[in-house]
Design a protein around this ligand. Sequence first.
Ligand code: BDR
Ligand code: CA
Length: 311
Amino acid sequence: RRAVIFDTDPGQDDAVAILAALASPELDVLGIATVAGNIPLAHTTRNALKLVELAGRPEVPVHPGCDRPLGRALVTAEHVHGETGLDGPDLPDPTTRPQAMHGADFIIETVRARAPGTVTLLTLGPLTNVALAFAKAPDVATRLKELVMMGGGCFEGGNITPAAEFNVYVDPQAAAMVFRSGVPITVLPLDVTHQMRSTRARIAAFAALGNRSGAAVAAMLGFSERFDIGKYGWDGAPLHDPCVTAFVLDPAIFEGRPVNVEVETASELTRGMTVTDYWGVTGRPKNAFWVRSGNADRFYALLTERIGRLP
Ligand code: BDR
Ligand code: CA
């Protein structure tokens, strides 16, 4: 089984990514570090606790991490995710408590306690905890097997500004540190997540599973009239973070190539932009595997089958 740690700001799409992983026997979810992003930290932590309980896995520890980006004020996205961050399903208040250890320290301690090259970090939000962990303990970047992240965009541009994707925009300093850390990185950017659209038929397939988790996922993906989307005008909303879980479960669903990625941290106009050298014009060292496309039918089939294994 592959040992993984989530770093996340749930978020409906984070929720689906986490639930699918908890349902997957190939993955050993060692714990969840939460971070401020889509909504403030108290909500992301509470939502993570709701998810481990929904999955029947309350023993998976939830560690609250950073409540703000490294060098700037927090930007949130209630306009996308609702006030709680997990609007849509009616999930019970969690009875499990968050852990006392900070999320960044949890990453450090867990990676150090295991053999080098055995732990994979799955990041679904701003990279604040990860950058803090690497700054406090540089050996963690070299001990990790790899980091698989949802973030950034190249061909599809941005989603919070014309240039920047939300997770990178919220904490560009942290993202820049992570891309320069030397850890092997796979990126699931907007270029691929925009292809994974939650059409009515795909949402109905989750609802038809007949379990509580399937109903919850359908309610999350259907939240806030996602079909009247003035923004995209598509037949469904993009589903971002579950691309990370799907990639570790079945990388053959996706296609991409090694590239150099640098993050813009200064410019007012393009702050948080992932400057991705897809055509190799700079000669800068390749520091990430950039996923550009994926098979949406296979992606949804995998997710639906996994969610069907949960309570
Ligand atoms: C990312 O931003 C968040 O709103 C989503 O949870 C996802 O991680 C997409 O840009
Ligand atoms: Ca997220």
